[in-house]
Ligand binder design. Structure first.
Ligand code: PEP
Ligand code: MG
Length: 461
């Protein structure tokens, strides 16, 4: 779009004509001018566009001067340093080539950070860096635990890092001994520990870490990093593969939760002033049921192949659940009429809005399980945009309001004989594992690399 922008093109042509310079030079000057203009703007969003202009100009200059694109496919495993990374950019990367992420912007509660945690990739978010000083091919040490990056480290620093890597490996080896062991406290109380995934290939991490099931498959990641909707067949193949790989183990697939930071251009969601409180998740599915029905058909068909449950995100009312059931009912009738094999899966909802917490007694009668999304529940309860880096210090999922809400949801579910899990990042917080078991939480669904750490905690209780 930028390269079709008349102002940008006119400016380049003008520099070529008036200064009689070559196109590369004109593109460089124009890029600098536009970037400076954006950088001087009041609005945070517009200011951040300076990096886009620089990026486009750099690519244009590279092409004009006949330099090759950096061969990413052939690149060795690397640390990615970027101004920012969107979830759609992150899901497209070849994970085997990423050693770590370092970004100047972004929040630790964003889906890019969540993706990194899921894949066990050290990630530093919101690091104040001058990207002009960092070049491809530099050496760096990224320490995710300490939140530190060192560029061009000394030999002594490399030695230190190597020691830390080895001690981390040893810790992982010890944790590995917990594979195959029960998630049981010393006095015999049990809790299920499942894992969160974003794609079919993540099932490898789930099995490697011996999770008891999948408590959250963020299906919207199948919709990101592409030009058009995934077809019913494509989705069916993905969901079936996951349930087949998991054998008898439970796989909870969350329906499309697109919107907010998870954007795909072809949805044409438009710009919103408050995207986190905007047109997202189940709201899109209820307003555009044709998108929802395609996914539901794929889910009901895949359910015939294993232990699949379906979960609906961002619920705020009983009426939404009734509307969902009406659409699911239509899909079921259509499959039946067409003679397509399917099975009705277990159906539950995410509890991630304060409204859903407050009416969880009523909702518990309507659904088969709850899964508490503490990431959004914290955002909506504390009125803190989880994407806003400036608020990371205020984002406190240990707030008593959140903990009391969890207890309330568990009690209301159990009164109706329903199970409750936690699938937000808080589920993996081992400082609270004991509290969750005490509250009666039935399941914790965590990033795969956290499964054995949580198990270790439970077994020590
Ligand atoms: C949550 O909100 O806690 C959750 C699990 O969903 P997501 O992080 O994808 O919004
Ligand atoms: Mg959520």
């Amino acid at each position: 779009m930028m390269l079709e922008d008349e102002d940008y093109l006119d400016a380049i042509c003008h520099v070529i004509r008036t200064e009689t310079v070559n196109a590369e030079y004109a593109a460089a000057i124009t890029g600098d001018n536009f970037a400076a203009m954006f950088a001087g703007m009041e609005d945070d969003y517009m200011r951040a566009r300076a990096a886009d202009v620089k990026d486009i100009s750099a690519r244009l200059i590279r092409i004009l001067s006949g330099q090759d694109e950096a061969e990413l496919a052939a690149a060795e495993p690397s640390i990615i340093v970027a101004d920012d990374l969107s979830p759609s950019e992150t899901v497209q990367m070849d994970k085997s080539k990423i050693l770590a992420f370092v970004t100047v912007h972004g929040s630790t509660n964003s889906h890019t950070a969540i993706l990194a945690r899921m894949m066990s990739i050290p990630a530093l978010i919101g690091v104040p860096l001058d990207l002009n000083e960092i070049g491809t091919g530099m050496t760096a040490i990224v320490d995710g635990d300490a939140g530190e990056v060192i560029f061009e480290p000394t030999e002594a620093e490399c030695g230190e890092a190597q020691k830390k890597i080895e001690s981390e490996r040893e810790k992982l080896r010890l944790l590995g001994e917990l594979r195959g062991k029960a998630n049981e406290t010393r006095d015999g109380r049990k809790i299920n520990i499942y894992a969160n995934i974003g794609s079919v290939s993540d099932v490898g991490y789930v099995l490697e870490n011996d999770a008891g099931g999948i408590g959250l498959f963020r299906s919207e990641f199948l919709y990101l990093g592409r030009d058009d909707f995934p077809s019913e067949e494509e989705q069916f193949a993905a969901y079936r593969q996951v349930v087949q790989m998991m054998g008898q183990k439970k796989v909870v697939i969350r329906t499309l939760d697109i919107g907010a930071d998870k954007q795909a251009d072809y949805f044409a969601l438009g710009k919103e002033d408050n995207p986190a409180m905007g047109y997202r998740a189940i709201r899109i599915c209820l307003k555009q049921p044709e998108i929802f029905k395609t996914q539901l058909r794929a889910l009901l068909r895949a359910a015939a192949y294993g232990n699949l449950s379906v979960m609906y995100p961002m619920i705020t009312s009983a009426e939404e659940v009734r509307q969902i059931y009406a659409i699911v009912g239509e899909v079921e009738q259509e499959l039946k009429a067409a003679g397509v094999p399917y099975r009705m899966p277990e159906q539950g909802i995410m509890i991630e809005t304060p409204a859903a917490v407050m009416i969880s007694d009523e909702l518990a009668e309507m659904v088969e399980f709850f899964s508490i999304g503490t990431n959004d529940l914290t955002q909506y309860t504390l009125a803190i945009d989880r994407q806003n880096q400036k608020l990371d210090d205020f984002y406190n999922p240990h707030h008593p309001a959140i903990l009391r809400m969890i207890q309330m949801v568990v009690d209301n579910a159990h009164k109706c004989g329903k199970w409750v899990g936690i699938c937000g990042e808080l589920g993996a917080d081992t400082a609270l594992t004991e509290a969750f078991v005490d509250m009666g939480v039935d399941e914790l669904s965590v990033a795969p690399p956290m499964v054995l750490k949580v198990r270790e905690k439970v077994r020590a209780m």
